[in-house]
Design a protein around this ligand. Structure first.
Ligand SMILES: [Zn+2]
Length: 452
């Protein structure tokens, strides 16, 4: 991307030395000898050689020799731990009539027949180019791999993962309704996920089960899921309690199953919106159990605020966000992620974790001063994906420079002029134009008729 900030970096020195930058000290692998300021930031000078960081020192030495960033914030590359690459942008083709969660599921299912290899590749590659330009280097995507489209989805996504290796490392989650793990086909489904190095996932809603049988059926289905996870040595990532019904407590059942199967530290739960509607005692009891079970929580603020508490012609009064501050107080690792972009679940979204952090900060009233929550789009999700993005000497020079000196400044603007360094060089890849997607949507009723 071209920007004033990039011009500044290139005008001063050769971009090999960046002086007087600020970084949250928790995002340094070895903060030892670098003083930390009262706001949690460390003031550093960075020296690059080839694709690596070769010097990371306390600020203030040899400013003349490089580019003076004058206190601008540097962050590691971003890690988006919950996305749906295969659904990206299908909102141009199918409509969610009432913008409800169920409406989104139905609209998406009706679109599966359009998921050819070319269609999937074009949409998902576009999504990855957006994420890459914004500074994302790790991404986990849930995939609809149950049904007639599954072979095409696996084949295309495997190709895409190879194509993108070195720019964005991709991890996949095989999605199925929880009840499916009790079916005969589950064995082959789990085996396929294992072949692709994917996690096992799905949605913890059981449909068409009489209320009296619900508890037992839930335990049976979770036992089956964890059984396959053990057989193939796979982690688990579930969509959990994405509703504002305080009676939706499958999160507790997942925590109990995690302990029962000794799968601590290997289970991620996304959404968990219903926790926000429980009384303090019930919520605290469930969070304590999650903490004991080593469960990680992923919140999707853009999609939750769009879908939750939605009633026709009524303005929502409930935010639908999981209780992030309370969960953090229990020591539960928390990621913030994009979820759906341009599909029947959420018509917006640009795979930009800085937007997610900004909106999450506003919606959940996270701190505007402490940099703790920056970890939820960088180190925490990266570590859940098995990566370490913290800056250190001798590691790859992959980081982002912002035109902002404080969190307030960083979250005030969209940061479209951020400069993403990959392998020691500023990226020159612009955000793709939406017109590039027109080809796969040609002839569709929901296309941009007005622009034709
Ligand atoms: Zn999702």
């Amino acid at each position: 991307m071209s920007s004033h900030l990039l011009d500044h970096i290139q005008a001063q020195g050769d971009g090999r030395r960046l002086c007087r930058a600020r970084i949250p000290s928790a995002l340094l692998a070895d903060p030892g000898r670098i003083p930390v300021e009262t706001d949690g930031f460390a003031h550093i000078d960075l020296t690059l050689a080839d694709s690596k960081i070769v010097g990371l020192d306390p600020a203030g030495q040899d400013v003349d020799q490089g580019c003076d960033l004058a206190g601008a914030i540097i962050l590691p590359v971003l890690a988006d731990i919950h996305t749906h690459l295969d659904k990206s942008y299908i909102g141009r083709r199918v409509t969610n009539p009432d913008n409800s969660l169920l409406g989104a599921v139905r609209a998406t299912t009706s679109d599966h027949e359009n998921w050819t290899e070319d269609d999937l590749w074009t949409r998902a590659d576009f999504a990855l180019r957006c994420a890459y330009a914004h500074g994302t280097a790790y991404m986990r995507s849930h995939l609809d791999v149950l049904g007639g489209q599954s072979n095409t989805v696996w084949r295309t996504m495997a190709r895409l993962r190879d194509e993108w290796r070195g720019r964005i490392e991709l991890q996949f989650v095989a999605m199925a309704p929880l009840g499916f793990y009790l079916d005969e086909g589950a064995s082959g489904f789990a085996g396929r996920a294992a072949e692709h190095g994917a996690l096992l996932g799905g949605v913890t809603v059981l449909r068409n089960v009489p209320a009296a049988e619900m508890d037992n059926k839930l335990v049976d289905a979770l036992n089956a899921l964890f059984g396959y996870a053990r057989t193939h040595n796979l982690d688990i990532d579930l969509h959990v309690d994405e509703s504002l019904d305080p009676g939706a407590t499958t999160l507790l059942s997942v925590a109990e199953a995690t302990e029962r199967h000794n799968w601590q530290g290997r289970v991620t739960c996304g959404h968990c919106c219903s926790l926000s509607q429980m009384d303090d005692k019930q919520r605290e009891a469930i969070l304590a159990r999650c903490s004991m079970a080593g469960i990680s929580l992923v919140s999707l603020p853009l999609v939750n605020t769009w879908l939750q508490d939605r009633r026709t012609n009524r303005t929502p009064t409930r935010r639908g966000i999981a209780p992030l501050l309370e969960a953090r107080a229990h020591g539960i690792p928390i990621g913030l992620a994009s979820d759906n972009c341009g599909d029947p679940f959420h018509p917006f979204g640009d795979y930009d974790l800085m937007e997610v952090l900004r909106e999450g900060t506003r919606t959940a009233q996270l701190s505007e001063r402490s940099p703790d929550w920056v970890e939820s789009v960088t180190t925490v999700p990266a570590s859940l994906m098995g990566a370490d993005v913290r800056l250190r000497v001798a590691c790859g020079a992959d980081f982002i420079v912002f035109s902002a000196r404080s969190l307030e400044e960083m979250l005030t603007r969209p940061q479209h002029d951020r400069v993403v360094f990959r392998s020691g060089r500023p990226l020159r890849q612009p955000l793709p134009s939406f017109a590039e997607l027109d080809r796969v949507f040609a002839g569709d009723r929901a296309g941009l008729q007005g622009l034709r």
